[in-house]
Design a protein around this ligand. Structure first.
Ligand code: IMP
Length: 199
């Protein structure tokens, strides 16, 4: 019988990504779109890891099955870590990223330190209720102007030195190999294949 895995999201892009990764390992991948009663999750953690853990625990406590959840965002040194865990809600959840990105560029006009990080935390609640968190970090700098239309969110202003361009200017595949999400996913996958690798 196939093992079931619940992905604690309704985001179709994330569901597709986890399906591609977990189905070859023999998992039947479910998501919150398959759950009849909507599950209300209060993301009130102070860190990405805390939020990912809260999501996994909330869903595990209701459904009693293995759960994977994630939380991610952009932290900017000059803004003392903002937008951080508020990345999706920064300046209002319905505000366009064109506006958010221009706001950040304006705030950083005189900044000496333009360093920033994308962070992704993935929490895995196992059948026994234990929760394991895996984190991936991608270091970059805030560009001097937005460039490119690839990716999403803050990608047009996230300058990645090894590529010599913003993430708005690179292909998805290229980004995924080095991204915060790609790194966290690789750690999760390694753990699922061999839990002793993190002992
Ligand atoms: P989450 O879906 O709650 O993890 O929210 C993540 C938010 O962080 C997104 O809505 C974006 O604002 C930002 N973010 C996270 N990862 C990326 C990325 O790879 N590119 C651009 N923005 C990102």
């Amino acid at each position: 019988m196939m093992k079931k895995m619940m992905i604690a999201t309704t985001n179709v892009g994330k569901i597709k990504e986890f399906k591609q990764m977990l189905e070859p390992l023999g998992y039947e991948v479910l998501s919150l779109l398959d759950v009849k009663e909507p599950i209300d999750i209060e993301e009130d953690g102070k860190t990405f890891a805390e939020n990912a853990r809260i999501k996994a625990k909330t869903v595990f406590d209701i459904l009693h099955m293995p759960v994977i959840s994630d939380d991610s965002g952009l932290s900017i040194n000059h803004l003392h870590g903002a937008p951080g865990v508020y990345s999706a809600r920064f300046l209002g959840k319905d505000t366009s990223y064109e506006y958010k990105n221009q706001y950040i560029l304006d705030e950083l006009k005189q900044a000496k330190d333009r360093r920033c990080q994308y962070v992704c935390a993935i929490a895995y609640a196992k059948e026994d209720g234990s929760i394991h968190v895996f984190e991936g970090v991608m270091e970059g700098t805030v560009a001097f102007q937005a460039a490119g239309h690839n990716g999403f969110g803050y990608d047009p202003i996230f300058f990645y030195e090894p590529f010599g361009r913003t993430l708005g200017e690179v292909e998805e595949e290229q980004k995924n190999k080095v991204s915060h999400r790609g790194l966290a996913l690789a750690k999760l996958l390694a753990y699922m294949e061999d839990p002793s690798c993190y002992m």
